[in-house]
Design a protein around this ligand. Sequence first.
Ligand SMILES: [Zn+2]
Length: 183
Amino acid sequence: MPTIIAHSVFAVSLAHVFKHTSLPLRFWVLALGCSMLPDIDVIGFSLGVKYGEFWGHRGFSHSLTFALATSLLVVLLAFYQEQYRPLRLRLVVFFFLVTASHGLFDSMTNGGLGIAFFSPFDDARYFLPLRPIQVSPIGLRDFLEWGGWRVLSNEFKWIVLPSLALLLVSIGVRYWLMVRRRA
Ligand SMILES: [Zn+2]
C-alpha cells in the first residue's frame, strides 16, 4: 500500500472538488477515513487470515462493491438530514470515489498481491498495467528499517504532486466560477 499520508492527501484534494458550503466538518473527516478504511483488512493478519483470501489484505475491502456499500452507508448515517437531500447523489459519488481510490493506488504499487476489484463476484487479484508506486511496508518498524524515505519520496512524485495539481485546478475553477457569478 502507499502510506496513509498519500491516501489522505489525495482524499483532501478530491474532497475539495466535491465540497459544498453547506457541508460540515465531518465531510472532511469521513473523506480521510474512507480513503484509509480498506486497509482495515490488515487486522486479518493477526487473526490468521491469509493474504490471498476473501478477507485477506487487498481482498474484498479493496473492491468496488465495498466502496459503494461504504459510500451508501456513510451518506445514510452521516447525511440523512433533510438539508443534505439535494447533495446526496454528489456525496454518494464522492465517497465511492474516495474509497475506491485506495484500491486504485494500491493496484499501481510494485509489490504484494493485486487488488480484488470485482470481489465478491470475481476474487481474482488485479494490478494496473502501470505500477510506478513503491509499495510501503506494513507497520512502523518495517517502514523505518526498510527505508521509508524512499517510499515517501516516490509517493510524493506519483501521488502527492498529482493530488496537489488536482487541488490547484479545483481551487482555480471554483475561483473562476465565483468571479463569473459576481460579474
Ligand atoms: Zn490498501
